[in-house]
Design a protein. Structure first.
Length: 261
């Protein structure tokens, strides 16, 4: 028999939300058309979202065209082994995914973070379940002061709430104000973020011997998360995995990309 109190509470919640729905109707997270529920995509945008699915490289998370057998690594993982153990991303960066990332990052659409985190949980559930703590890629304090929030921390906070894995937002500090990565070649990106991160001495105890899940919005060439991983390992982390919302696939990267990442 249904709980009458639960039904009453559900009805009350719906009634209380009517004024909000009327004044601020939910919009598509991709194109801003009106939709039925907050945080969802309209049919047109949903069809243009490209999810990353198995089979994929167990290290880099880049998809294979067909099953290659257990333990088979991508050419990327073999030629240039990353400092982290595993990387996963939910969607391919482009189109609707790009609009969502830029909405969160540059247009104050922090309301998108919980929905983006749900998709990250779908792809990176294994990494989340094995993590001891979640650490977002930090902004330099000057950039944080200008933007007022850190998009990676918003994603990490949403993941922490959904999974119960503790968030440690100050475990990693950006100690160097780096240039925007847009327009830089791969080697230039690596040079740009080299030595950009460190673990504050007072936070080393929080990550010592722990498996850290590093969160960022977009994985482009891996330069940023690679530098952050090295800092975490130097600070005492036992292992680091990387989870991002979107991923630029090998071969898709262009240094002259005019859209900000």
């Amino acid at each position: 028999m249904a709980d009458p109190m639960a039904e009453i509470k559900s009805f009350a919640h719906t009634v209380l939300n009517w004024p909000v729905r009327i004044l601020f109707p939910p919009i598509c997270a991709g194109c801003r058309r009106h939709v039925l529920e907050p945080g969802v995509l309209c049919g047109q945008c949903w069809s243009r979202l490209r999810f990353l699915e198995r089979p994929w490289c167990p290290v880099m998370g880049t998809p294979f065209l067909h099953e290659m057998g257990e333990g088979f690594l991508s050419a990327e993982a073999i030629a240039d082994p990353p400092p982290f153990e595993r990387a996963r991303a939910s969607v391919i960066y482009g189109g609707v995914a790009r609009e969502m990332v830029q909405g969160l990052k540059y247009r104050d659409r922090t309301d998108l973070a919980p929905w983006m985190a749900k998709w990250m949980m779908r792809t990176g559930g294994e990494l989340v379940s094995e993590a001891d703590l979640i650490v977002p890629v930090p902004l330099h304090w000057r950039r944080f002061f200008k933007r007022k929030f850190n998009q990676s921390a918003e994603l990490g906070r949403a993941l922490s709430r959904q999974s119960g894995v503790p968030l440690v937002p100050d475990a990693l500090k950006r100690v160097k104000l780096t240039r925007q990565q847009v327009g830089l070649e791969r080697k230039e990106r690596e040079d740009n973020v080299r030595g950009a991160f460190s673990v504050p001495p007072e936070r080393e105890i929080a990550i010592a011997g722990r498996r850290v899940l590093l969160i960022d919005d977009v994985y482009t060439t891996g330069a940023t998360v690679g530098a952050a991983t090295k800092a975490l390992r130097k600070g005492g982390a036992a292992a680091v995995d990387v989870l991002t919302f979107a991923r630029v696939l090998p071969g898709d990267f262009r240094a002259d990309e005019t859209t900000l990442i």
